[in-house]
Write a protein that binds this ligand. Structure first.
Ligand SMILES: *Cc1c(COP(=O)(O)O)cnc(C)c1O
Length: 400
């Protein structure tokens, strides 16, 4: 079949909720992807920050295949060794006390919201508790996760949202303080805002929030779904700030392609008990075998340290790009999660890059996002920057 035929069939069968790029991806190898025509792409998107270890990392496929041969699913009515294994490793990596595995990031957010509401309900039996979320945030598309996502455009057709959510400005502690009341049960935010445009949290903001939450017995929920799992040069982004959340969500790179997420909490925030929450597939042996192996590889092969080192190199390269191109107006990020703000539509640059064999993502309305596999090397970063500079130069010419 020709590419056009694949695309036509897909568009005829799938609900059109994505404007996809006209590329049919077929296989991956390291930090490269290949489409059905055999064209090779350097991957700086990693399946939206999922493939931290790139494609076919040594040992990971084998761990998944072994589990396929043993047992894929058990239901959560029984114990399984992979879930125990993955939970222990995740606890150790995060310093949190308890883990609930989910099928996605969105579902992890739902669980986090329920933990916070039940925590407050156990104190006063009320049904009017409030959550403070951030503008320009992204936490997912289900009704609960969408309700704490600070994006009117995403919410508008689906109102009413769940009640009791108020929005503050990211990195503005006073705007959070102004919303705190005796009804507030949680503050939820991404430690480094991703979809909204790559905005890192400031040190004073995170530490101030921690103090504010402690003083008012409010639970601090940090969404590490995109910025966690080594991406910023620490295993979890909050570890840069010398604080710990009460609840944390993780997904994307946790299974490196196997669909698994989790919400984690401290013993203090572990409000839910038998009957309060559940999932049929969540944390099944197959995805947990992948997560456990990913966590092993991270530790044994120094993936997080490597991400930190490469993050610095990427930072310097992108500074160079910014200084050379008048179309680039800002540069933000941490580790291997960075963004360039541009004055032309990001999709124009992304389309040009695709033609030249480079996969990039956008974030917000005017940001090009860089979230490569964490195993990227300096050569890959240089190769990416060369293509990016060409794309920007072309855009500049076309704009004149
Ligand atoms: C991707 C993302 C989600 C949603 O995760 P899904 O697996 O797509 O449900 C939530 N929060 C953040 C910060 C994300 O980047």
């Amino acid at each position: 079949m020709y590419k056009e035929e694949y695309i036509e069939k897909a568009e005829a069968a799938l609900l059109h909720t994505y404007n996809r790029y006209p590329v049919v991806l077929d296989r991956g190898d390291g930090v490269y992807l290949f489409d059905t025509d055999g064209k090779k792409y350097l991957d700086f998107g990693a399946g939206i920050a999922v493939f931290a270890l790139g494609y076919h990392y040594k040992g990971l496929d084998e761990a998944v295949k072994n589990q396929v041969d043993k047992l894929i699913h058990t239901s959560n009515l029984f114990y399984s060794v992979p879930a125990m294994d993955a939970a222990e490793k995740l606890k150790e990596a995060s310093g949190m006390d308890r883990v609930f595995f989910t099928n996605s990031g969105t579902e992890a957010i739902e669980g986090a919201i329920k933990l916070a509401r039940k925590y407050a309900w156990m104190k006063d039996g009320g049904h009017d508790h409030e959550i403070i979320a951030m503008r320009h945030s992204f936490h997912g598309r289900s009704m609960g996760a969408l309700s704490v996502t600070g994006n009117d455009h995403y919410q508008e057709p689906f109102k009413p949202m769940i009640g009791g959510v108020k929005f503050a400005d990211f990195n503005d502690l006073d705007s959070v303080k102004a919303l705190v009341s005796d009804k507030t049960c949680a503050v939820i935010m991404e430690t480094l805002q991703g979809e909204g445009g790559i905005y890192p949290a400031e040190r004073e903001f995170v530490q101030g929030l921690r103090t504010l939450c402690d003083e008012n017995d409010i639970l601090l929920i940090l969404d590490e779904i995109q910025c966690g799992m080594g991406r910023t040069g620490k295993m979890f982004c909050f570890q840069h700030y010398g604080i710990k959340p009460d609840i944390m969500t993780v997904a994307k790179a946790l299974g490196c392609g196997m669909p698994v997420g989790a919400f984690l909490c401290t013993d203090k925030a572990a409000s839910m008990g038998p009957g309060d929450h559940g999932t049929t597939y969540g944390g099944n042996p197959l995805v947990c075998a992948a997560a456990a192996k990913v966590l092993d590889i991270f530790q044994e092969d120094g993936i997080v340290q490597h991400a930190g080192t490469m993050g610095q190199i990427l930072y310097e390269k992108l500074e160079e790009v910014k200084n050379e191109s008048p179309l680039v107006t800002a540069h933000r990020g941490m580790g291997l999660m960075q963004g360039l703000e541009v004055t032309c539509p990001p999709s124009v640059i992304i389309t040009k890059a695709l033609e030249k064999g480079l996969i990039l993502l956008s974030a917000g309305t005017n940001v090009i996002r860089f979230v490569p596999p964490l195993i990227i090397t300096e050569e890959h970063i240089n190769a990416m920057a060369e293509i990016l500079k060409q794309c920007l130069a072309e855009c500049e010419k076309e704009a004149v």
